[in-house]
Design a protein around this ligand. Structure first.
Ligand SMILES: *[C@@H]1O[C@H](CO)[C@@H](O)[C@H](O)[C@H]1NC(C)=O
Length: 441
């Protein structure tokens, strides 16, 4: 009897604990998106499984912890999975949407203060502004500039590529550089850096020497649908993928374009359309990636490929699909260091980057542009540059950081390319940063 009694009490206790857990879970479920610190690396089996299921969105990580976005509706499942594996976690940002709202209010205030909508690098710009700017560069740049539109997005937007080449310098074997920006929608600082590079190349006399020995292809926004969508509302601000309808639900739209390239496709990517790292139904299933690779293939011997992402302040080189180092890892590191040293110097020591292999640092993932550029096209220098910051603001890097970030990054790229093309030194160079360019009206 006694035994049974204590058994009953234990049962009751368990029921009460379960009830409390349910109440806690219900409270958590009412909260919106939260940023959690999880005491396991992003490539831990449990974290990977949660990501595959679309329950967490991995934002950053090191070898001992990672930061994940958890939606209220998934938090119960995530808590349970982490508890079962004895992995600790804590909430870092209680209400992510409040931060998004702050950013939006701030942006709206700035916009009200400006009459026209010129291009600048003190704020973020949507597709309309960027397309207008490309039109302006095309008409201002004369024969330095050509605009190509190799493909249209799922929703029919043009994916624009700017070719910048000085036709007056012939007979030189020019180094060819392909820059990709904006393949992940929410990483707004990436199109900012890409458009700023275009601006320097076309208008800055101090870059003219470099342009005599180089030829550039710049895709400022590889994912125009997703990028535009991320400007459309607060709840869309953290969108990552393109806007493919996967036939599941609104929430489960999109393919991760940086897992859709045809090189070791599928390694460390999800087959679940609801996951942030959904690889698509097959490699190059998406018109954005398919069209860009077609154009890249028509350009023989590209020397340098860079894709700009955020966040993390890290220069990553291949491979992403394996932890093994590629054969020219030493040279890859050397050129990466040219970027990071220059950024550090330009920022007067404030912005410090890490350098490393993508697989070893971030965990295995493939179907990304950099591995394809390196492994399939044979581009010897291929990088993913994770722009600032290191996680304080993450994807919501404030607009007052845009101008310094684009200036430092452009200086870094200038130095890399100077070394590659054996042209000049990496001395500090003035970048043009007028408060605004009027290209309309
Ligand atoms: C670029 O300019 C040329 C004329 O210089 C024009 O024919 C072409 O349509 C322009 N392209 C774009 C995308 O604006």
């Amino acid at each position: 009897m006694l035994r049974l009694g204590s058994y009953r009490r234990a049962q009751e206790m368990r029921a009460i604990i379960a009830l409390c857990a349910m109440v806690v879970a219900a409270v958590q479920a009412e909260a919106g998106s939260q940023l959690w610190r999880v005491e396991a690396p992003s490539y831990h089996r449990v974290v990977r499984a949660l990501e595959d299921d679309g329950d967490v969105d991995v934002w950053a990580g090191t070898a001992d912890h990672c930061k994940v976005l958890v939606e209220g509706s998934a938090s119960t499942r995530v808590v349970r999975a982490l508890a079962e594996a004895d992995i600790g976690h804590s909430v870092e940002v209680e209400d992510m949407m409040a931060l998004v709202e702050q950013e939006r209010t701030h942006m709206q205030e700035r916009r009200r203060k400006r009459a026209a909508q010129p291009m600048d690098w003190t704020s973020y710009h949507d597709m309309d502004d960027i397309e207008g700017f490309i039109g302006w560069l095309n008409s201002t740049g004369g024969d330095l500039v050509q605009v190509a539109s190799p493909t249209r997005s799922v929703e029919g937007r043009e994916v624009l590529v700017l070719r910048i080449n000085d036709p007056s310098s012939q007979g030189v074997k020019k180094k060819k550089i392909w820059i990709e920006g904006g393949i992940h929608a929410r990483e707004w600082i990436s199109p900012a850096v890409s458009t700023f590079l275009m601006y320097q190349l076309v208008t800055n006399p101090e870059w003219r020497d470099l342009l005599k020995v180089t030829e550039w292809y710049i895709v400022p926004v590889a994912n125009p649908d997703g990028y535009q969508f991320s400007f459309s509302s607060q709840s869309a601000r953290l969108w990552r993928k393109n806007r493919r309808d996967n036939g599941v639900s609104e929430r489960c739209k999109g393919v991760d374009l940086n897992r859709n390239w045809d090189f070791k496709w599928g390694v460390g990517a999800s087959a679940n359309p609801c996951s942030e790292t959904y690889k698509g139904v097959n490699a190059f299933s998406e018109p954005e990636t398919f069209g860009l690779q077609q154009m890249m293939r028509t350009i023989p011997d590209i020397d340098l490929f860079i894709t700009f992402h955020s966040f993390g302040q890290t220069v990553l080189y291949p491979w992403g699909w394996t932890r093994n180092a590629p054969s020219n890892a030493m040279q890859l590191k050397r050129l990466a260091k040219a970027f990071t040293d220059t950024v550090k110097q330009t920022s007067l020591g404030k912005v410090d980057y890490d350098i490393g292999g993508s697989g070893p640092l971030y965990g295995l993932a493939s179907g990304a542009t950099d591995d394809w550029a390196y492994g399939e096209l044979g581009i010897p220098f291929s990088y993913t540059i994770e722009l600032p910051d290191q996680g304080t603001h993450g994807f919501l890097l404030p607009e007052n950081r845009v101008s310094s970030t684009v200036i430092e990054s452009a200086a870094g790229v200038h130095c890399m390319v100077s070394l590659l093309a054996n042209s000049g030194s990496c001395a500090r160079r003035r970048t043009r940063n007028p408060s605004s360019i009027r290209f309309r009206g």
